[in-house]
Ligand binder design. Structure first.
Ligand SMILES: Cc1cc2nc3c(=O)[nH]c(=O)nc-3n(C[C@H](O)[C@H](O)[C@H](O)COP(=O)(O)OP(=O)(O)OC[C@H]3O[C@@H](n4cnc5c(N)ncnc54)[C@H](O)[C@@H]3O)c2cc1C
Length: 331
């Protein structure tokens, strides 16, 4: 390949222990569409140590060119070092759009890079489009999810973090060809950051769950969550909740679905005693099949539900549990 033409679309490839975070493949899928519309190359940048093998994978998912920084200095994520490397690359290659996953790592890295480049950053986008004038439009919920804002940034590059599980990756194509450009990080001083150990507080991975049984304020007591846990476990799923249950300390925030919680895309989402506020719906509207159980037939959740059960969850959920147990006995 020739020297990279400037003004490409660049995707940050997040990795941990050499495993690429799936949000990076989703961003490459979107990036491919945008780069084709803008008639530019799609680039990806990968930082780490012993990650060379993953550079090709990024090409298989849509990148034309991967800037690879494989160096012992980058083995552990150090936000200051990573920022320096990215700022240098962005200054050199001048992408018009730079996308990072809105993961905890991305949310820490992106603002530092944007500030160093003196450019804007639109956080938590749910879509990126190109308008009739060929300008980049960043789309994200605003005013607690009540409106969807369309944002254009004057400064360059346009920088956005994008939520996990809102965009689709392309199918992996191992015949795709691209170029891996080996880069070397600048010599960086010790930043003073040390990883003393890793603590995992995450009890559930809601974003990747295929079946979620969620409870809301229709539940009367914290113990009643056990009923939803039983239903979820019979279906091979996990428990989600609306925000008030987290605010009341009934369950950890890992379980929260919605605007300020997790965005989920399961095959089946069962909402029990959840009214369907815009903030809740923002996190689960893309579920494949939505079942709502609510005593109030005018509850907004029924507007997006594929199957609605108007009834008391304390009657409906135990009957579902019984029916599933019966089915399992027959099997
Ligand atoms: C900045 C901001 C961010 C937010 N982020 C989130 C977020 O990420 N996620 C989120 O969920 N919320 C979020 N919220 C809160 C949101 O606005 C709503 O307050 C919340 O979603 C309501 O939760 P709910 O549906 O469980 O409760 P309610 O709205 O009180 O609904 C309870 C429902 O249960 C039904 N019900 C009652 N008893 C029964 C029964 N026995 N059987 C069946 N149905 C029954 C009622 O008819 C009602 O529809 C946010 C708010 C703000 C301001």
């Amino acid at each position: 390949m020739n020297q990279p033409v400037k003004n490409g679309v660049m995707v940050y490839a997040e990795q941990k222990n050499g495993i690429i975070h799936p949000v990076s493949f989703e961003l490459l899928g979107k990036g491919r569409e945008l780069a084709d519309k803008l008639n530019v190359e799609l680039w990806s940048v990968l930082l780490g140590y012993h990650v060379r093998g993953e550079a090709e994978t990024l090409i298989h998912y849509g990148a034309d060119r991967v800037f690879l920084y494989d160096d012992p200095m980058l083995e552990v994520f150090d936000v200051v070092k990573y920022k320096h490397v990215l700022v240098g690359l962005i200054r050199e290659t001048d992408p018009q759009l730079f996308l990072i996953g809105a993961t905890p790592l991305g949310r820490s890295l992106a603002p530092r890079v944007a500030a160093a480049l003196n450019t804007g950053l639109t956080a938590d986008c749910i879509d990126i489009q190109i308008d009739d004038k060929g300008e980049i439009v960043q789309i994200r919920p605003a005013f607690t999810g009540n409106i969807i804002a369309h944002i254009k940034t004057r400064s360059r590059p346009v920088m956005a973090t994008v939520r996990y599980r809102v965009m689709k990756p392309l199918p992996r194509d191992t015949s795709r060809k691209g170029e891996v450009v080996e880069k070397h990080p600048p010599t960086l001083q010790d930043t003073g950051l040390r990883v003393l150990g890793e603590v995992s507080t995450r009890s559930v991975n809601l974003a990747e769950a295929e079946i979620i049984v969620s409870g809301g304020r229709g539940l009367k007591r914290r113990e009643d969550l056990n009923m939803l846990k039983e239903l979820a476990s019979l279906l091979g799923g996990v428990v989600g909740v609306s925000r008030p249950l987290v605010d009341d300390g009934w369950i950890s925030k890992d379980h929260q679905v919605g605007f300020s919680g997790n965005t989920v895309k399961p095959k089946l989402y069962i909402a029990c005693g959840i009214s369907g506020s815009p903030q809740h719906i923002a996190g689960m509207r893309d579920s494949e099949v939505i079942v709502a159980i609510n005593i109030d037939r005018s509850a907004p959740i029924f507007r997006i539900a594929d199957y609605g059960i108007v009834g008391d969850l304390y009657e409906v959920v135990p009957r579902l549990i019984e029916a599933l147990k019966r089915l399992k006995r027959v099997e």
